[in-house]
Design a binder for this molecule. Structure first.
Ligand SMILES: *Cc1c(COP(=O)(O)O)cnc(C)c1O
Length: 228
């Protein structure tokens, strides 16, 4: 199938899942995950009308950003952010999905202050409480959210989850529901809206949208398999 056709098929899946959940498809942003795919592939998808792309590695993203500087692309950062790469990420990514420690938040705050920008961010939550995994434990999320909200150059917009990989897409549903419940609790506690829920990938887009995803991160089902 053509790139165009695969993009259309993913968009249709979003529309269908929204229909099932009684949601407006305009409330779901498709982030096309272009990690391990060259700038040419990003340009080809941009030509199909896709505007928002997600990257997982700063050093891979920067040359693509440079090559496609005039393409009107909005870039999102969805990978694990090392503190020594934070200065390259701040101000370049429209949204950093993966803040998971006060230390990282503080580093981003310092870089954003130095650059005189306000950096939109999400907190990544390890809802399954898996050891060795990125994301703050759900029990520590309130503390982290309060710290981030206190940082003047960070704009906390919501939460992100990358659930454990499971064969059955529906098996991820409890993790998505848990993220939504946590978001609602944090919004109440902080007294501010946290509108963004970044959840759902190629294999589990439907349950994510049904549980309230506002951003789905789709790589494989658009670009095909990655060759790392
Ligand atoms: C690679 C990646 C994706 C895309 O996954 P696919 O299964 O290829 O759609 C989404 N989110 C994150 C955090 C990723 O690292």
């Amino acid at each position: 199938m053509s790139l165009d056709g695969r993009l259309a098929r993913v968009r249709e899946r979003i529309v269908r899942a929204c229909g099932k959940a009684g949601r407006d498809p305009a409330g779901v942003t498709l982030v096309a995950v272009s990690k391990f795919h060259p700038a040419e592939a990003v340009a080809a998808l941009r030509a199909c009308g896709q505007r928002i792309f997600g990257e997982s590695y700063v050093q891979e993203a920067l040359p693509k950003m440079e090559a496609l500087a005039d393409a009107g692309i909005q870039w999102h950062f969805i990978g694990r952010l090392q503190k020594n790469k934070a200065k390259f990420a701040v101000g370049r990514f429209a949204l950093i999905h993966t803040v998971d420690s006060v230390e990282l938040a503080r580093t981003l705050q310092n870089k954003a202050l130095a650059a005189s920008v306000v950096q939109p961010v999400l907190i990544q939550v390890n809802v399954d409480d898996e050891p060795q995994k990125a994301g703050v434990a759900a029990s520590l999320a309130p503390e982290l959210a309060e710290a981030v909200v206190g940082m003047a150059n960070l704009d906390l917009q919501g939460l992100m989850v990358l659930p454990r990989a499971l064969d059955d897409p529906q098996a991820a549903r409890p993790a998505f529901a848990a993220l939504r419940v946590l978001r609602d609790a944090l919004a109440t506690r902080l007294g501010r809206a946290l509108p963004v829920l970044s959840m759902g990938m190629s294999g589990d887009l439907e349950p994510a949208v049904e549980e309230g995803a506002t951003h789905v991160r789709i790589g494989t089902d658009i670009f095909g398999p990655r060759h790392a």
